[in-house]
Write a protein that binds this ligand. Structure first.
Ligand code: GDP
Length: 315
């Protein structure tokens, strides 16, 4: 990727897309092309095709998606499948048709089977059944990465994918029903602290194991992957730090200074029991994460308070 390349970032207003834009600008890639949802509907194949034909980007980074936590996904698998499938097919296929030379597609490690070996290597893809709570999202992301792989094989286009683990960072969605666990916990503990509540209700048993990556580390992995001449089709991106949901809750509780008791609601789902990705492939090529979970949580609590004060927070 050259500093003068025209780089289209799909989903630039989201947590991931905005982190990628910040990283691109910081590294001197000034020719970044973006479109808001209102300006370009990624569910519309004709509009997406016209966009690529007019703008002729050299590189496309697909960070647009309908995302949500376990609650949102399990309540609307059809919607998550439909919208993410359409976004993936439209943005990747039309890029190929318009002659975009390089494309990076972003997914999530929920593409892997529920009972995949841990840590999950890229080779676990499609070896057994998916986790039911987010099957729609996973199927759409698998289609997207496969389309990239097939276009590379069929047409020699350098289209490849990164699958990040659970992400968090500035601009996250703090919706306590539909959001992911980490931002939801930040909001719940902050709200309880401010209201002086006695308890904080959390979901499930607290025993599932998860891995979390700060979105600025993902952005650095994206630029790293795009700097490779012959990148692997698919690479995992994670921190390698595995924690229980219970440990996550205790860490966030102490970072916010909240003193309320945690109450676990076993009527809510635990989801997949363990989700740690094997990042030896990207690490062997030279990429490393830089933000530990502890340091990242301190940063995100400050970001949450700033976004709340500025009125820019997504709730
Ligand atoms: P997942 O990693 O794809 O399963 O999705 P999430 O980011 O929503 O994380 C879900 C895990 O966190 C499950 O084990 C939940 O039981 C647990 N969890 C605990 N409290 C909460 C909460 O308030 N919201 C969410 N989304 N998950 C929670």
């Amino acid at each position: 990727m050259l500093k003068t390349d025209r780089i289209y970032v799909a989903g630039h207003r989201g947590m991931v897309g905005s982190a990628i834009c910040r990283a691109l600008i910081r590294e001197g890639f000034s020719n970044v092309v973006t479109r808001t949802h209102r300006e370009l509907d990624l569910l519309d194949p004709k509009a997406v095709r016209e966009f690529y034909e007019t703008e002729k980007p050299d590189v496309a980074i697909i960070a647009a998606a309908r995302v949500g936590g376990i609650g949102a996904n399990s309540a609307a698998n059809a919607l998550f499948l439909y919208e993410n499938e359409m976004i993936a097919m439209n943005t990747v296929w039309a890029a190929a048709e318009a002659g975009v030379k390089r494309l990076l597609f972003l997914g999530s490690t929920c593409i892997y089977p529920r009972m995949a070996p841990q840590p999950i290597p890229e080779s676990a893809l499609l070896t057994s059944e998916l986790e039911k709570t987010n099957e729609g999202y996973a199927l759409a992301k698998i289609s997207g990465l496969k389309l990239c792989e097939f276009l590379r094989r069929d047409r020699g286009l350098c289209y490849h994918s990164l699958m990040p683990t659970n992400l968090y960072g500035p601009g996250d969605n703090y919706d306590t029903v539909n959001g992911h666990v980490l931002p939801t916990m930040i909001r719940k503990f902050e709200t309880a602290r401010m209201n002086g509540d006695a308890t904080v209700p959390l979901w499930g048993s607290g025993s599932p194991l998860r891995e979390f990556l700060h979105v600025d580390d993902l952005a650095s992995a994206c630029l790293f992957a795009l700097s490779l001449d012959n990148p692997p089709d698919l690479m995992n991106v994670g921190s390698g730090e595995e924690v229980s949901i219970r440990h996550l809750a205790e860490t966030i509780k102490s970072a916010t200074g909240c003193t309320a008791e945690i109450s676990w609601d076993s009527s809510k789902p635990d989801g997949t029991p363990r989700k740690l990705c094997d990042t030896s492939l990207i690490r062997s090529l030279g990429w490393r994460p830089e933000i530990s979970l502890e340091a990242g949580i301190v940063r995100i609590v400050a970001d949450y308070r700033r976004e709340l004060k500025e009125g820019t927070i997504r709730l």
